[in-house]
Structure formats: C-alpha cells, structure tokens
Design a protein around this ligand. Structure first.
Ligand code: COA
Length: 219
C-alpha cells in the first residue's frame, strides 16, 4: 500500500516526450566534434540537412561560423562519446511586430537513427525555445524528407509545402515553471549521463592498454 502510494507520487522523469535519450547543450569547445559529425554525413544526408549540396568546405565554414552566444546547439553522445546527433537552434532576427522565431536543423548519424534521438533533440529544442520566449519554431525541409516530415508532424508541427520544399512550424505556448524545471532536470541528467560514459570509457581504455587488446562489453 505504502509502496503503491510512494510510486504514484514519484517525480515525473525528464524527457516525457522521449524517455531515454540524454541531450546536452554544446559549447565552442565541441566545435571539433560537431565538424566530425557533419563531415561523416553522406552527400544525400547533407542535402537533406542543409537543403542543398554541401561540400566539405561549406561544412568547415558553417562550423567555424557557429556563434554559441547567439544560437543554441544540442548534442547526443553515444557510449563512445561520439556525437551521434546534433541540432542547431538558430534564432531568427527580430522583426518589429512579429513574434520571436527560431529555426531548427538536425542530423543523426545513420547508426543512431530510429532510436528516438531526433525526437529527443526536437523535444529539447522546443522546451528551450519556450524558455527563451521563442513563439514559433521552424523547420525547413525537402518534401521527400520523409523521416523529418514524420518527426515534425509527430511533434504537432503544421507543414506548408512550396515547390518541393516544406516549411514546418510549431506555435509554442509560453514558458511556465514546469518547462523551466524540465529543462534544468534534462541538462543535469544529460551531464550525469555524459560523466558516467566518460568514466566507463576511461576504464575501458585503461584496461585495453593494460591487457593489450580491446575491451568489449556485452550490451
Ligand atoms: C531526420 C533525422 C534527424 C531523424 O533522426 P532519428 O534519430 O532517426 O529520429 P527518431 O528515431 O527520433 O524518429 C524517426 C521517426 O521517423 C520515422 N521514419 C524514419 N524513416 C522514415 C521514412 N522514410 N518515412 C516515414 N517515416 C520514417 C521513424 O519510424 C521514426 O518514427 P517513430 O518515432 O514514430 O517510430 C535523421 O534521419 C537524419 O539525420 N536525416 C538526415 C538529415 C536530415 O534530414 N535533417 C532534417 C532536416 S533539418
């Protein structure tokens, strides 16, 4: 009885929308990882992500130009601490009389797809946007980008089509104490998760060095 009551009052877990994917906010120190992540994407994924052919030089330029004081970049790391998913939330210039808006761009490496990482990055960016008083969140995508269209529609975004392109947008409700707590809890949980993975990786690296062969842990 007591146990049942205690359980029913347990605090809700972070990431109600995507329960098991930790998402961290990235900073300028992550530039090399972001570059590596984007350079791994093949031609088609780059086209879907940036809406056009995107050679390596353009990606270098894009990453060098990321302004972490102006925009927000989110990342999801795997157990090897590789940046498997990243999202760029770019705040659009303020226009007089118009609600503040931001554009969301996302990529997940092929090996990490279908595990809710893209969904978690979008959920995290939505909550962050609400807390930053953004009223509209945009995603610009190609209409044949079925995965992104599905993701956007699942998040409740409205989609408008024009000439092979699609603009999905989400009107965000204002922040409330719940969204502030949710974002803080998510950030702490993601930091904790990263620290655990870092320790495990260090331990594996040390044992590999000591034994002279790679450590493979069953999952
Ligand atoms: C779009 C992208 C970010 C999705 O990442 P992801 O981690 O696989 O996303 P999730 O696992 O959270 O969800 C993917 C959803 O799309 C669905 N999906 C995947 N491919 C699909 C397809 N061809 N048609 C319809 N739905 C598809 C999955 O079934 C899943 O749906 P579900 O959650 O209801 O089961 C990833 O595919 C990607 O990086 N693509 C290249 C870059 C890009 O297109 N970026 C978006 C433009 S900014």
């Amino acid at each position: 009885m007591h146990k049942k009551l205690a359980n029913s009052h347990s605090p809700s877990k972070p990431y109600a929308a995507s329960p098991v994917v930790p998402v961290r906010e990235l900073h300028a120190g992550h530039r090399a990882e972001i570059l590596h992540h984007l350079l791994i994407l093949n031609e088609e994924d780059r086209r879907l992500r940036f809406g056009t052919q995107t050679p390596d030089e353009v990606i270098h330029h894009y990453v060098e130009g990321l302004d972490f004081n102006k925009d927000t970049v989110f990342g999801s790391f795997n157990s090897q601490l590789s940046l498997v998913g990243m999202a760029h939330l770019a705040y659009l210039p303020k226009t007089k009389g118009q609600p503040q808006a931001a554009e969301f761009g996302v990529s997940v490496l092929p090996d990490g797809r279908g595990q809710g990482i893209g969904t978690a990055l979008l959920a995290r960016a939505s909550v962050h946007s609400r807390n930053a008083r953004i009223e509209t969140l945009f995603v610009h995508c190609l209409t044949n980008n079925r995965a992104m269209m599905h993701l956007a529609q699942k998040a409740g975004m409205k989609v408008e089509y024009a000439y092979g392109d699609a603009d999905a947008y989400l009107k965000l409700p204002p922040a409330n104490p719940g969204t502030i707590v949710e974002e803080a809890a998510n950030e702490q949980w993601a930091d904790f998760d990263y620290a655990l993975k870092e320790n495990l990786k260090r331990s594996n690296d040390a044992w590999s060095w000591f034994l002279g062969k790679p450590i493979i842990r069953p999952t």
